[in-house]
Structure formats: structure tokens, C-alpha cells
Design a protein around this ligand. Structure first.
Ligand code: AMP
Length: 306
């Protein structure tokens, strides 16, 4: 099934306890589409960059089967820039700088050939832009998945609440779930979010895995304990790309398959954190991905003596 992704394509500058990078390629939609490319052949991107964005990276996306007809390149303007610094535990980070540049007045135009996509991934960007994409699709996709962040919960709360009424799945981290609902208990926070619109809520907890809330059921996915987490940037987006990529590939929205999708997402995220930026998810093989999924299965499998 076809997938459409909207979100940032960016330059990032990162600092972790292991080192520092100058401008490298980042952005939510970059990570999502690269990750999803291992699952679905029809992978459409809507985003905007400036003329400073390297053609070689666009070629890399294309070589992963990403359709870039919806990637606007604005002449004379600069690409969105974000820089972040991680604390020692790598679970928390500070945004050091944001330069909106081309994102400031991004008008997400949907190419005709993207209409009728069945799976829509609204990657991190302003909720008003995410909503615009959904409204511009002639037919509502079968599944709409939304990612957001603390910034939008803070400065675009009304837009976000209005968008939430129209989405099926919200993916966010534990701190964001607490911030959005004012509830510290994640089970109650998930119930409040479900009352806002999405029937499925995924709460990511960094190195502690992710929780899936769907109807009256909960599934807890572990994160793979890794010896070294080099750079968590993009892990959330890579998770989302693997999650929706698996669903678009299998076209099965049962609870059992949502659970599998979360494990595929977690496996993809576990690769992402092993190197700086998107480097580790550029050249994966299906065998490597499957071996990692098998590790997840073994990690929490147990039997109970009766
Ligand atoms: P994650 O680590 O999964 O939360 O995603 C990190 C990515 O989000 C980086 O590559 C950034 O370029 C991107 N990002 C950070 N802030 C924003 C923002 N305000 N809007 C859109 N994308 C952002």
C-alpha cells in the first residue's frame, strides 16, 4: 500500500557525550522515509528545503525508492536548521538552536500522483501544516499516524487538539504525553489522549521501550539493551517509519499486527542510535533487520511452569 510522509527535511548539528557534528542531514521526514523504505515500495515525500540542500542527499532518498516529486526546493532560501545537545543519560536533550528558514511559510503541495495514498505519516512539523496535508487529500487515508513534540504542545496547542480529532494513531514520548494531558500516570494520560481523537496511542520511553494503547488493550515493547548508544537523534522518527512502513506493507490493522509493527519500529530505531545522524539506516539489509527483530522476540520471551 502507498505511504505519504510529511515532515521536516533538515540540517542538524548534534552534541552527545561521544562527540559533536557540524551540519549533517536530519529532519523527521528524512528518518521516516529512509526507515519506511525497507518495508514499502511506494514511499512519497512532501517537504521543503532551500537551495543549500545537497543534491547527493536527494539522490540517496531516491535510491531508497523515495518519491521526491513533493519535495519543494526553494531557490535563494535556506533549509530548516536544528541543533540539539544530549545529557549524559541520552534520554533527555536540549534544543540549542532552531532556524525555521524555509519552514516558516511552508505550503505543503500534494502532487496529484500522491492522492489516494492509504497510509499517511504526519511527521514532526507545525500541526497546522500537518492538518493542511490531511485536508488536501481527496480521500481520507485508511490510517493517519501523527508525531509531534513538546514545542507544538506548548505553542500550537489549539491547532494540535483540532488535528488530534482527525488522526488514528498518535506517537509521542512519555514527557510529551504528560505535558499534553497534565497527567503523570501514563495509563491515564493515554486514556485522555484517546478521548481527544486517536483510537491508538503509542508512548515511547527511550531506552525503556514503548507502550501501545489500543481500545482496552496495552502492549509493552522493550527497547533492545545496547552496549553503546551513540546518538539518539531521529530514533523516534525511525521508529515511526518502521511502524507505519510495516503496516503499509502488510495492510493489516489488527492488534496483533500493530504489536508486530511496534517491534519493527523498535528494531529500526535500535539501528539508528548506533551511529551519528541517519548514517546507520542508510545501508541495512533485510537479513540484518530480521535478525534484530528475532533478538527482540528472544529478549522478552518466557514460559510459565503450570
Ligand atoms: P527525534 O530525535 O526523533 O525526535 O527527531 C529529531 C529530528 O527532528 C531532527 O532531525 C530535527 O531536524 C527534527 N526537528 C527538531 N525540531 C523540529 C521542529 N520544530 N520541527 C520539525 N522538525 C524538527
Amino acid at each position: 500500500m502507498s505511504l505519504l510522509t510529511v515532515g521536516s527535511v533538515a540540517f542538524d548539528a548534534l552534541e552527545t557525550p561521544f562527540g559533536k557534528t557540524d551540519k549533517i542531514i536530519g529532519g523527521a521526514a528524512t528518518y521516516i522515509t529512509l526507515s519506511a523504505s525497507y518495508f514499502t515500495p511506494t514511499n512519497n515525500l512532501v517537504a521543503v528545503v532551500g537551495d543549500d540542500f545537497p543534491q547527493s542527499m536527494i539522490d540517496t532518498l531516491v535510491s531508497h525508492g523515495v518519491n521526491v516529486d513533493g519535495l519543494q526546493i526553494r531557490q535563494g532560501e535556506k533549509t530548516f536548521f536544528w541543533s540539539g545537545k544530549y545529557h549524559n543519560d541520552m534520554n533527555s536533550r536540549d534544543t540549542v538552536e532552531v532556524q525555521l528558514n524555509v519552514m516558516e511559510n511552508f505550503d505543503p503541495i500534494i502532487p496529484d500522483q500522491y492522492q489516494n495514498c492509504q497510509y499517511l505519516m504526519l511527521g514532526n512539523t507545525a500541526p497546522a501544516i500537518q492538518h493542511q496535508v490531511l485536508k488536501r487529500l481527496t480521500n481520507r487515508p485508511k490510517l493517519v499516524v501523527l508525531d509531534t513534540m513538546n514545542l507544538w504542545i506548548e505553542i500550537a496547542n489549539a491547532d494540535l487538539k483540532s488535528l488530534l480529532k482527525d488522526v488514528d494513531v498518535l506517537v509521542l514520548n512519555d514527557e510529551e504525553a504528560r505535558q499534553l494531558t497534565g497527567d503523570y500516570a501514563l495509563v491515564r494520560a493515554a486514556a485522555s489522549i484517546r478521548a481527544m481523537g486517536p483510537k491508538t496511542v503509542i508512548i515511547k520511553k527511550g531506552e525503556h521501550g514503548a507502550l501501545l494503547f489500543h481500545e482496552d488493550r496495552i502492549f509493552a515493547a522493550p527497547a533492545l539493551p545496547l552496549e553503546e548508544v551513540f546518538d539518539p537523534t531521529g530514533a523516534g522518527d525511525t521508529f515511526a517509519g518502521g511502524f507505519i512502513g510495516h503496516l503499509a506493507k502488510t495492510d493489516d490493522l489488527s492488534f496483533d499486527n500493530l504489536k508486530r509493527a511496534i517491534i519493527y519500529g523498535s528494531a529500526m530505531a535500535s539501528f539508528c542510535v548506533e551511529k551519528f545522524g541517519a548514517e546507520r539506516i542508510l545501508n541495512l539489509t533485510q537479513d540484518e533487520i530480521q535478525a534484530r527483530v528475532d533478538q527482540f522476540v528472544r529478549l522478552s520471551a518466557f514460559s510459565v511452569e503450570m
